[in-house]
Design a protein around this ligand. Structure first.
Ligand code: HEM
Length: 418
């Protein structure tokens, strides 16, 4: 115990080296008594599996309404909102940024669109796009899997849902980056204006799509959201539709890219998985679940304590920021024996918390699983050998406080002969 506390005093979740490989720090947090409080920020970090489940399933005490202006400061944040409102739509809080009862309304509407049946309909298109991407580098016998595949596949799928051509994934990425930027790093007034202009371009494109789908319903997420309300229910307003779309884009892009990348890195490092998945594609389910457990693309998110509350013997005061650390809980030895060992047949891998738990459980979990399985199996079917072209340079992740995407994944590939 004393040594875990001493180890923790030497480490920081804000240190880029720790962010690139946070697992020793997580283990120290789990061994030390109580809930770890970051000395740099005062945030409480929930790292044990049972504590995290308790927090995620108690949205009354641990609220999703957190102060999002904090990063840019009140003045810049207000100016940003004003500019968006003047030229398009201001950010309104929906879905992940709300608590019940508002959240329940948004969630009910979005759940009507994101169904298992809808993902089943999308599956052949996901398979086809994966094949197209592989065609681009199969003859070359090499690729950077992150930029040429893992980033492209989820980008293409979301781009098509937004009424862009799949080939226009660059436009989509520019929009997605601009939407996410103000929440991920501090920016100057000029930088904020630049990203606002890009976001406004996306907003006006989406607004035209909403209008077209209102006139003429069509298959797809946008039309589904526009028409999601039942008789007597309030439709989503224009600003609410914009907000929901930006969360689908923000939630569905980098996270899926991260999981696809880690799945392929595992195959490159442990080639027996290539043979096993080729011989028995049904094994992909357990493989994907274990990748998601071990690498938790969303390492953490924020909550706010709505009252003084005791958790694992620590008093968390009202209004404190609580970091729900999915990446730590998914490596908790008390829940997952030998947690740092990859085991595609792990019996309880599916109980991981990488998609959250409780009312905010990931809307896109079924779609994400399908994309990771389709993408990985397409590679396994096409190549008899998938190997690292060279050792990965450190840091291997483009990590930040909350996410863990790979920076690159240079592969050497040998095609299967028919
Ligand atoms: C491997 C890929 C993914 C991971 C690891 C992931 C992870 C998560 C996590 C941890 C949450 C928060 C749960 C909570 O608050 O406790 C979440 C929520 C959410 N995710 Fe995902 N996600 C992934 C893919 C997707 C995709 C493909 C989409 C949509 C296209 C999506 C859309 C959302 C949305 C809209 C929410 C908010 C739900 C709510 O607050 O009710 N995610 N996701």
């Amino acid at each position: 115990m004393a040594s875990a506390a001493a180890d923790l005093a030497e480490m920081s979740l804000l240190d880029p080296k720790v962010q690139d490989d946070p697992f020793a720090m997580y283990a120290a947090m789990q061994e030390a008594p109580g809930i770890y409080q970051m000395p740099e920020t005062g945030f409480f970090v929930v790292s044990r599996y049972t504590d995290l489940r308790a927090v995620l399933t108690d949205p009354v005490t641990f609220s999703n309404e957190v102060d999002r202006a904090a990063l840019q400061g009140a003045e810049l944040s207000e100016a940003h909102q004003h500019y968006l409102a003047e030229h398009g739509w201001p950010h309104v809080n929906t879905l992940q940024r709300t608590d019940a009862p508002a959240h329940s309304r948004y969630r009910k509407l979005v759940d009507r669109v994101f169904t298992v049946a809808r993902v089943r309909e999308m599956a052949p298109r996901i398979d086809a796009l994966a094949e197209q991407l592989i065609d681009r580098f199969a003859d070359r016998g090499s690729c950077d899997y992150v930029s040429e595949f893992a980033m492209q596949l989820p980008g293409m799928i979301l781009a098509e849902e937004m009424g862009l051509e799949a080939s226009d994934v660059a436009t989509f990425k520019r929009w997605a980056d601009a939407m996410l930027a103000p929440a991920s790093r501090r920016m100057s007034a000029e930088e904020l204006r630049v990203v606002a202009d890009v976001e406004l371009e996306a907003q006006h494109h989406l607004a035209a799509m909403f209008a077209a789908c209102r006139r003429q319903p069509r298959p797809g997420i946008i039309s589904g959201l526009v028409h999601a309300h039942g008789p007597g229910e309030e439709p989503l307003s224009e600003a609410e539709l914009q907000s929901v779309m930006s969360q689908l884009i923000g939630g569905g892009f980098e996270s899926t890219m991260t999981a696809l990348g880690h799945a392929m890195l595992r195959i490159a490092r442990e080639p027996h998985y290539l043979a096993a998945l080729h011989d028995d594609a049904a094994g992909i389910r357990g493989f994907v679940e274990e990748v998601i457990r071990m690498h938790s693309p969303t390492q953490g998110l924020r909550r706010r304590a709505t009252r003084d509350v005791e958790l694992a013997g620590t008093l968390i005061p009202k209004d404190a920021v609580v970091i729900v650390r999915y990446g730590a809980a998914n490596r908790d030895a008390a829940k997952f024996p030998c947690p740092h060992q990859f085991d595609a047949e792990r019996k309880n891998a599916g109980t991981h918390l990488a998609f959250g738990a409780g009312p905010h459980f990931c809307v896109g979990a079924v779609l994400a699983r399908q994309e990771i399985a389709s993408g990985t199996l397409a590679m396994v079917r096409r190549f008899s050998r998938i190997a690292l072209a060279r050792p990965l340079e450190k840091p291997i992740h483009r990590a930040n406080f909350l996410t863990l995407p790979l920076r690159e994944l240079p592969l050497q590939l040998t095609r299967r002969t028919a």
